[in-house]
Design a protein around this ligand. Structure first.
Ligand SMILES: [Zn+2]
Length: 218
């Protein structure tokens, strides 16, 4: 059976999350999440996103959707504020599979050049996990704070769409490793239309797409 991953996309709608330097956290979170989803889909993983556009997305709803979906793992994608520098990932205070997931993801994010503030846990006054996404989801979960958008230096790792997509791919790689699925580098094929009929070009495009190539037409 296909592995299942739930991706929570932090904030949305009137809740922008952190806002700084001309960026809204909700937009960055979505771009990272969409890229992460595409990369997981490309590897045959079944994915549910909490939102795929800019809309209200309360945490309580996210948690309900996640538990109804019954995934192997869940990640919640956020960006940080407060003047730090680097990625940090929260997991269940007891460690376990959520910690392994977090470690695999942080390794991949460091590999694209981001600083690491390390893996973290936080308890509430009752001695349970502080964050609802970790406390109330049934599966192992991680909250990923990719970068500090109110730190101009840290923001440079994620301030273009291409970098946001790269962040999403890094997260996907960490998830795939945790699932025991080998990462396949994306294959690309540039189709030149010179000398081809439209149907021949369409056939070639279909063939290469089926073989897993990303086809660009020239
Ligand atoms: Zn957030």
């Amino acid at each position: 059976m296909a592995k299942k991953i739930f991706i929570g996309v932090g904030h949305g709608g009137i809740d922008s999350g952190a806002v700084a330097n001309g960026f809204k956290e909700k937009d960055l979170n979505l771009a990272v999440a969409l890229s992460c989803r595409d990369e997981l889909l490309r590897h045959g993983v079944s994915v549910l996103l909490s939102r795929s556009k800019d809309e209200a997305d309360p945490l309580t709803e996210e948690i309900k959707e996640c538990n109804a979906f019954g995934p192997d793992y869940a990640v919640d994608i956020h960006n940080n504020a407060g003047g730090g520098d680097g990625v940090e990932i929260y997991h269940h205070f007891g460690g376990g599979k959520g910690k392994t997931l977090s470690q695999n993801i942080i390794n991949e994010i460091v590999a694209i050049g981001q600083n690491s503030r390390g893996l973290k846990t936080k308890k509430n006054s009752l001695g349970r996990d502080y964050f609802g996404f970790i406390r109330s989801t049934v599966c192992p979960a991680a909250i990923i704070e990719c970068a500090f958008i109110d730190n101009k230096k840290d923001l440079t790792i994620i301030d273009t769409l291409k970098e946001q997509q790269k962040m999403g791919i890094a997260i996907a790689k960490g998830i795939l490793k945790t699932l025991g699925i080998a990462y396949k580098a994306e294959k690309t094929y540039t189709l030149s239309l010179t000398g081809l009929t439209k149907s021949a070009a369409d056939n070639l495009k279909t063939d290469f797409t089926k073989k897993g190539y990303a086809v660009t037409v020239k």
